[in-house]
Design a protein around this ligand. Structure first.
Ligand code: SF4
Length: 385
């Protein structure tokens, strides 16, 4: 597997003027420090201060020279995204609504389970792909997040959880790019962030535990295979082109045959019996019938995969309904009988609207009500309760 892309000149910052050090890979950090006349081992020291000890002020980096600390303070920054709102669910799920440097709101969600803790990060503010069943898609596209803003989500979650549960140790074990946005449309920033997540000088998360979820951006899947061996998930949601194009307009550009070939080729580069995750949102009366399950089983016959069934989570303005539990189980049973590993994703954080795009949607609703009724912040919170 070749090295991850090195975006030392990419947009790494939470500030236009200052480079945000959180968005630099080890290689980019070494290049930056070399330009400043520093020895290569300095990059190791600085990475540890940033991602292991999580300092926010270069002045705390006591084993680097005063001159370099001063240079960092004057010309660079260490900045996690600003938190607009943090919500805690009764089931332990946490959701953060954050502000990007461009001013748009995006979400990060932490989902604790018995043996792992999964952080769902956003890669973009909004999304351009307009999948019909997705709250984020309905909000449109506002911009890309920088590598620093993506890493900032992970760093912030690790810190906040450690503050609240110091006895538990690090709780984030897995990262999935299943928050807002299509990660492969923000390729360079996302692959840089993956590099830092997997690097032992960053967060040391194993390749199996970082998952990029895509709607099927075919050329970018091939590019991804050249620069990382992270796990891959495909948002499929339909067993044929006609239905998929209706639910996911991107399918008109990259039809199923091309998407599955790209995904299978990606799986082949991973080797080691690793599989692709297929995500399938079950929508009542739309894609949840026995014929759809049979079609899905045929379609995936040559794809090494496990299937994750997600009962549709209704959001305001959506025309779709969630299927009955019995229909979800029947769909799952059909896939299992056809020889697939198929699980049903339990809804988590329902009381805090933790599903992708719903928190931002709520805030946008509040903002438009604020404009409409001329409410101030306090009144707004009262109204939204
Ligand atoms: S499902 Fe993913 S790709 Fe589709 S609109 Fe939502 S965020 Fe974008």
């Amino acid at each position: 597997m070749s090295e991850m892309s090195d975006n030392s000149t990419a947009n790494t910052g939470s500030s236009r003027e200052k480079i945000n050090l959180l968005g630099l890979s080890h290689a980019a950090m070494a290049t930056l420090l070399e330009r400043l006349g520093e020895k290569p081992y300095r990059a190791v020291q600085v990475m540890k201060w940033l991602h292991h000890r999580m300092v926010d002020d270069p002045a705390c980096m006591t084993d680097i020279s005063k001159k370099l600390r001063q240079h960092f303070s004057e010309n660079m920054c260490i900045a996690e995204p600003e938190v607009i709102e943090e919500k805690h669910s009764v089931d332990g799920t946490r959701a953060w609504l954050m502000r990007s440097t461009s001013g748009g709101a995006f979400e990060t969600v932490f989902i604790p389970e018995e043996n792992r803790g999964t952080l769902c990060v956003s890669s973009q503010v909004g999304c351009a792909l307009d999948c019909q069943f997705c709250a984020t898609g309905k909000q449109g596209f506002e911009g890309n997040l920088s590598a620093a803003e993506i890493i900032g989500q992970l760093r912030l979650a690790i810190r906040r959880l450690a503050e609240d549960f110091p006895e538990k140790g690090r709780q984030v074990t897995n990262v999935v790019f299943m928050g807002m946005g299509e990660p492969l449309l923000n390729f360079d920033e996302v692959t840089t962030a993956i590099n830092v997540m997997m690097d032992d000088l960053g967060y040391g998360i194993s390749k199996r535990k970082v998952t990029v979820s895509t709607a099927g951006m075919v050329p970018a899947i091939y590019r991804l295979a050249e620069c990382t061996d992270a796990s891959l998930a495909l948002s499929l949601h339909a067993p044929d082109d006609e239905l998929r194009s209706r639910l996911m307009p991107v399918n008109r550009k990259y039809p199923l045959s091309e998407v599955l070939k790209a995904v299978n080729d990606y799986a082949a580069t991973l080797g080691e019996k690793r599989t692709i995750t297929i995500e399938y949102t079950l929508i009542d009366g739309v894609n949840d019938q026995p014929s759809h399950a049979a079609g899905l089983a045929r379609l995936l016959a040559n794809t090494p995969c496990k299937i994750n069934l997600i009962p549709f989570n209704p959001f305001p303005g959506s025309e779709f309904r969630r299927p009955a539990n019995i229909a979800v189980r029947a769909f799952q049973d059909r896939l299992i009988r056809a020889g697939y590993s198929a699980t049903v994703r339990t809804t988590r954080g329902e009381d805090i609207s933790a599903s992708c795009g719903q928190l931002v949607g709520k805030v946008k609703d509040r903002t438009s009500r604020q404009k409409k009724y001329g409410l101030d912040g306090e009144q707004l919170i009262a109204v939204s309760r």
